[in-house]
Design a protein around this ligand. Structure first.
Ligand code: SAM
Length: 305
C-alpha cells in the first residue's frame, strides 16, 4: 500500500507542471483581501533533497526543474515559480526542491490556512518535522507570531476522507489540490467520488487534480470523466516531454485538471506552455494540450480548445 515515495520523482516535469500551476492559482487568490484555505489531500514530505540517494537514483529532476534552473529567458509566470525554488537554494546550486505544501506555504499569506494530509507514516513525520522547523525558524526571525500552530495543520490521515470535514472553508474561499500516487487504480475513482462530494459541500471552490497520462484503462478516460463533474467551469492542461516508449513504463505526459479555475489561468498557460515544451521537450513528440469548458457547454458542445 505504501510503496510510493515522492522523493524519487521530486522536481520532474510533472512536478514542474503541477507546482507552476498551483503557484499561479494561489497568486490569483492572493489578489483578494479575504483569507482562503489551501487543502492538500496528498501532501508528501514537503521538501526534497535532490542530492539524496532516492533523488539521485532516478535523477528525475533533470527532466523538470533541472533544465529551467539556469535559463535567463523564463516567461514571467514561470520565473515566479523558479524564483521560489531559487530562494530555497541561496547558494545558487539546486539542492532543495519544494513539494506542493511548501509551494503553498511560501505563496499563501499570513492570514491564509494550510491543511495538509499525508498517510505514509514516514513522509507524514518528515512533513510535520519540516513545518515544525520552519515555524521555529520563522519565530526566531520574528515572523508569523500570531498564527503559529493554526496556520498550518498536518494530518496523518486519508486525504480523500479528511477533506470532507474542511468544506466549505470558513471564508468560503479555498483551493483543494488532489495529487494521489495512482499506483492503486482505485485512486481514479476515489478522486471523482471525492470531487463529487466536495462540489456539493463547496460548489465555488477551486479544485486542482494532478494525473498521469497513461495507457491503463482507468487513466485513459479519467479527464473525460472529470469534465462531467458538476462544476461551473473546468480547464485541462497536459504536458508531454517525449514520445512514449513501447514499454510504457516511464512517465512522459501528465496533466492538471482544474474545476472552477481562475479565469486568468488559460490565457497565461497559452503563453507559457509552448516555452515549457521547447525547454523540457526531449524529442519531436513533445507537446502540450490545453482545453477548457463550462458546465453547460461541456455537456452540449464539448470543450473549447
Ligand atoms: N503533492 C505532493 C507534491 O506535489 O509535492 C506529492 C504527493 S505524492 C504524488 C502522493 C502522496 O500521497 C504520497 O506521499 C503518498 O504517501 C500519499 N498518500 C497515498 N494515499 C494517501 C491518502 N489516501 N491520503 C493521504 N495521503 C496519501
Amino acid at each position: 500500500m505504501f510503496s510510493y515515495r515522492h522523493a524519487f520523482h521530486a522536481g520532474n516535469h510533472a512536478d514542474v507542471l503541477k507546482h507552476f500551476v498551483l503557484v499561479q492559482v494561489l497568486e490569483y487568490l492572493n489578489q483578494k483581501d479575504v483569507a482562503y484555505t489551501y487543502i492538500d489531500t496528498h501532501a508528501g514530505a514537503g521538501v526534497y533533497s535532490l542530492d539524496s540517494a532516492q533523488a539521485t537514483k532516478t535523477a528525475e529532476f533533470e527532466t523538470g526543474i533541472g533544465p529551467l534552473w539556469d535559463r535567463d529567458d523564463l516567461p514571467g509566470p514561470l520565473a515566479e515559480y523558479v524564483k521560489l525554488i531559487k530562494d530555497m537554494n541561496p547558494s545558487g546550486k539546486l539542492r532543495f526542491y519544494p513539494g506542493s505544501p511548501y509551494c503553498a506555504e511560501i505563496v499563501a499569506r499570513e492570514e491564509d490556512r494550510l491543511r495538509l494530509f499525508e498517510l505514509h507514516p514516514a513522509d507524514a513525520k518528515i512533513l510535520a518535522d519540516n513545518f515544525h522547523k520552519l515555524e521555529q525558524h520563522q519565530a526566531a526571525n520574528g515572523r508569523r507570531p500570531a498564527a503559529r500552530g493554526k496556520r498550518v495543520i498536518v494530518n496523518k490521515a486519508d486525504g480523500f476522507l479528511g477533506v470532507k470535514a474542511l468544506l466549505p472553508p470558513p471564508s468560503r474561499r479555498g483551493v483543494v489540490l488532489c495529487d494521489p500516487p495512482y499506483e492503486d487504480k482505485q485512486d481514479y475513482k476515489k478522486v471523482t467520488d471525492m470531487l463529487n462530494d466536495a462540489l456539493k459541500r463547496f460548489p465555488t471552490g477551486t479544485y486542482a487534480v494532478w494525473y498521469p497520462v497513461l495507457q491503463r484503462i482507468e487513466a485513459r478516460n479519467f479527464a473525460e470523466r472529470l469534465k462531467h463533474l458538476p462544476a461551473k467551469s473546468w480547464l485541462n492542461v497536459t504536458l508531454c516531454i517525449s514520445t512514449p516508449t513501447p514499454d510504457g513504463i516511464a512517465l512522459h505526459t501528465s496533466g492538471m485538471f482544474l474545476l472552477n479555475p481562475p479565469y486568468t489561468l488559460e490565457p497565461m498557460l497559452r503563453q507559457v506552455m509552448p516555452y515549457l515544451v521547447q525547454v523540457l521537450g526531449r524529442d519531436a513528440g513533445a507537446q502540450f494540450t490545453l482545453e477548457s469548458g463550462e458546465a453547460t457547454t461541456a455537456k452540449k458542445g464539448g470543450p473549447r480548445t
